[in-house]
Design a binder for this molecule. Structure first.
Ligand code: ATP
Length: 357
């Protein structure tokens, strides 16, 4: 039973009713967040075993990194924290970017939905943000032509733009959405963003029941902070997606809440929406665990473990909207562990209620 988001055709590693999933804790707050995921899964009785791969961000060796890739190729699915990029050397490729390229995770999907329990300037935001995840400004083709003159290439291909647009429109249909907005800067980058816009517009014609409009990125930012409720599904190139997804998280309550899905034709990787390392808050029991827990719910949803996804998902929602257990990023005083324990309590309550009912 594959859900609406799952476009992956890779066989999942399922043995005797249990799934094996690759876990890359990453750096900063990643490892502690993963411990919370394991704890919550244990209480919810989730039939998932993790194959955990840690690597030293300062190591010169790529062996661990390629082990991670092999593991994801074997299991089909992974959950990850952000991997710190080693010191800023030219030519140093971000392993997060490398991983997405290697696994052809061409789409990033973030569902930006307001939590009624969190006080924010805007209410009732409900946007599916679809970002190109492997090319554009992240091609990492930069060089110094002459001293003091650098060139950075932005790659846009029709093939990747087309499958991204199709993914967005298919998702719009499945989720019962009405409008798709293509975000671009084709007035200045006439050729690259021009191709992106032209391709999305062509794909839109195949979906006559979904309205399609387009918006220039600068105006889009202004519209997002002024009236975000006007947006439904949005498609964009890589860097605009990076900026807009952070903007959307900011509108909804910060970096600790939303999750994101990296999807490709074969593999799926789940992670917190803003992809932060949170180095300075690591080990202090103050990071908000909700974003990673939501990533773990996305993963269950992808595996077709609907019951567990629903159980943990509603325990999280109740923690925020009804119990109001907030870490400092949400101006609360709860620790990370307080939040996780509350989620677990809600799971236990729900499970007991079901057993007695
Ligand atoms: P650092 O945390 O080391 O300052 P940074 O400057 O690279 O890291 P990011 O890791 O990108 O920042 O995170 C951006 C901001 O969001 C930081 O202030 C970080 O502490 C905060 N942040 C990230 N994740 C969380 C979380 N889960 N809960 C609370 N705050 C978070």
């Amino acid at each position: 039973t594959r859900n609406a988001h799952n476009k992956s055709n890779s066989p999942l590693a399922q043995y005797g009713g249990r799934f094996t999933v690759t876990m890359l804790p990453g750096d900063g707050i990643g490892p502690e967040m993963m411990n919370y995921v394991k704890e919550v899964y244990r209480y919810a009785g989730v039939p998932v075993d993790f194959e955990e791969i840690r690597f030293d961000p300062n190591s010169e060796s790529e062996i661990d990194f390629f082990d991670a890739i092999t593991s994801i190729k074997r299991n089909g699915v992974a959950i990850k924290g952000n991997i710190e990029t080693r010191e800023n050397r030219p030519g140093q490729i971000s392993r997060n970017v490398e991983l997405r390229n290697e696994l052809d995770l061409f789409t990033y999907i973030m569902h930006c939905k307001s939590f009624p329990g969190i006080q924010t300037r805007h209410k009732d935001i409900d946007i599916f943000l679809i970002r190109q995840n492997t090319e554009g400004e992240y091609a990492m083709l930069e060089h110094e032509n002459a001293p003091g003159v650098v060139e950075s290439l932005k790659i846009v291909t029709r093939a990747n733009s087309e499958r991204l647009a199709r993914y967005a429109f298919d998702l719009a249909v499945k989720e019962g959405r009405k409008k798709v907005t293509t975000v671009h800067k084709a007035n200045i980058m006439k050729v690259s963003d021009g191709l992106f816009l032209e391709t999305c517009t062509a794909v839109a014609k195949e979906y006559p029941n979904i309205e399609h409009n387009n918006m220039i990125i600068d105006n889009c930012c202004m519209q997002m902070v002024a009236k975000p409720q006007q947006f439904d599904v949005m498609i964009m190139t890589n860097l605009y997606g990076n900026i807009l997804s952070n903007l959307a998280c900011g509108l909804i309550g910060g970096p600790g809440l939303l999750s994101g899905r990296n999807m490709g034709p074969k593999y799926a990787v789940f992670e917190p929406g803003t992809r932060n390392t949170g180095q300075s808050i690591a080990g202090k029991n103050i990071a908000n665990p909700i974003a990673m827990l939501n990533a773990s719910v996305d993963l269950l949803d992808h595996l077709g473990l609907d019951h567990h996804a629903q159980l943990i998902g509603s325990a999280i929602t109740k923690t925020i909207n009804e119990d109001h257990i907030f870490t400092p990023d949400l101006h609360g005083q709860a620790t990370s562990i307080d939040v996780v324990q509350n989620v677990i309590r809600n799971i236990q309550y729900e499970t007991k209620a079901k057993n007695w009912g």
